[in-house]
Design a protein around this ligand. Structure first.
Ligand SMILES: Cc1ncc(COP(=O)(O)O)c(C=O)c1O
Length: 386
């Protein structure tokens, strides 16, 4: 029997999604108004234990609006991760600011100790303003990513942000459902601790709306204004009065209908992902050349993406090709952002671990509809190749 192709991460749409989307179509509410949008916002905020959420067109749009609302603008600077997807950095440029690229720690997330080191060695803090000594520009925010569903060290990051008057934006696009099980933020979900938290429902995320995002914020007035900006800044909906430059960033009712159905299954997706992750761990246990990277022990991760660290000096592209020939899709971790063409002139600081991980990590199939038999086949092929 021929095996079916095993993709890396694909949507899993087998719940009430079709019923809800059909209802939205039948109601003829398909655009940026309609009851599913509010239901989705309410269900997400209930799940996260926050008061409110704002549904937007994408995670990227959510990050863009969060930066605007953080007061980051032309000529400012923002601490950003180099080991991430580029959408976590581009919005810094959308607002005319510049990233300062930071290394990751062993959680693969931005390293707070290096941020602090940079501040102490390279900055001046006077009258509540943090200035980069080299560029003379003000640093206004930290935009960090909860990579692959792992969690950043928010205790340290909040401390730094409070001490140096920085806004803290959590890119939780990959981490919906991850929360702390220990420490100061025990019980709190990714995205709900900083000034803003942004989620994505892109096709490869743990739940999907095709494309879409959600924003939560510490201050209600920030979220209200962000929502206003996302809907073309309408001050008077009947006479077209606008007091700000708005955006067409609101989620549609069709996307939200899909999201309501997906959210109902989030916890079961996490259960499946955990079971498959545990099985991979067991199957690679005897292979000394590889290690399935652990999620932090002080969190309940959402197990979104599995990262396999291949020791020695691996030919990642060769491995990807060999697996492709066996009907398995895998991918390298991203290209480091400070090495990408648009960012070659940006400042970066002691990038060491990210450079190592980028050469050693392979992302392996992790869809929430992946069968255990598929996990066994992937591990068998990899154990054979390595
Ligand atoms: C870390 C990170 N940030 C931002 C985004 C952007 O989200 P979206 O695709 O919804 O714009 C993604 C994923 O696509 C991501 O992985």
């Amino acid at each position: 029997m021929e095996r079916k192709f095993i993709p890396l991460s694909v949507p899993n749409i087998k719940g009430n999604e079709l019923e809800y989307v059909t209802q939205a179509v039948k109601d003829e509410w398909v655009s940026t108004g309609g009851s599913y949008i509010e239901t989705f916002e309410k269900n997400i905020s209930d799940y996260l234990g926050v008061e409110q959420a704002a549904a937007v067109q994408s995670g990227t749009a959510g990050l863009h609006l969060s930066l605007i609302q953080s007061g980051v603008g032309v000529g400012d600077e923002v601490f950003a991760a180099t080991l991430t997807f580029i959408a976590a950095v581009n919005p810094i440029r959308y607002v005319g600011a510049e990233p300062i690229f930071m290394d990751c720690d062993d959680s693969l997330c931005i390293d707070p100790d290096k941020i602090l080191q940079f501040i102490k060695e390279e900055c001046t803090f006077t009258d509540g303003i943090l200035t980069n000594n080299q560029t003379k520009r003000q640093i206004k925010a930290i935009l960090g990513v909860h990579v692959f569903g792992n969690l950043m060290d928010m205790e340290k990051l909040v401390e730094i942000a409070d001490q140096y008057n920085l806004k803290l934006i959590e890119d939780a696009t990959e981490a919906l459902g991850s929360y702390y099980t220990e420490g100061k933020y025990k019980g709190q979900y990714a995205g709900t601790i900083g000034d803003f938290g942004v989620y994505s429902f892109n096709g490869n995320k743990i739940i999907t709306t095709g494309g879409g995002g959600m924003v939560v914020a510490k201050k209600k007035e920030d979220l209200d204004y962000l929502k206003y900006l996302s809907t073309q800044a309408k001050d008077d909906t009947t006479s077209f009065i606008h007091h700000a430059v708005g955006y067409n960033y609101r989620m549609t009712n069709l996307q939200a209908a899909l999201g309501v159905g997906q959210l109902e299954q989030l916890e079961s997706f996490i259960e499946t992902k955990k079971a498959n992750y545990d099985l991979y761990k067991e199957l690679f246990d005897q292979n000394e050349k590889v290690e399935v990277i652990d999620f932090d022990a002080t969190i309940r991760p959402n197990y979104w993406f599995y990262a396999l660290r291949i020791k020695n000096d691996p030919d990642i592209q060769g491995i990807i090709q060999a697996l492709h020939e066996k009907g398995i899709q895998t991918r390298p971790i991203w290209g480091l952002i400070h090495e990408q063409k648009p960012y070659l002139k940006a400042q970066s600081y002691k990038i060491e671990k990210a450079t190592y991980y980028v050469k050693h990590i392979l992302n392996i199939p992790c869809s929430s509809n992946l069968e255990q038999d598929d996990v066994r086949y992937v591990a068998e092929c990899l154990n054979e190749i390595l």
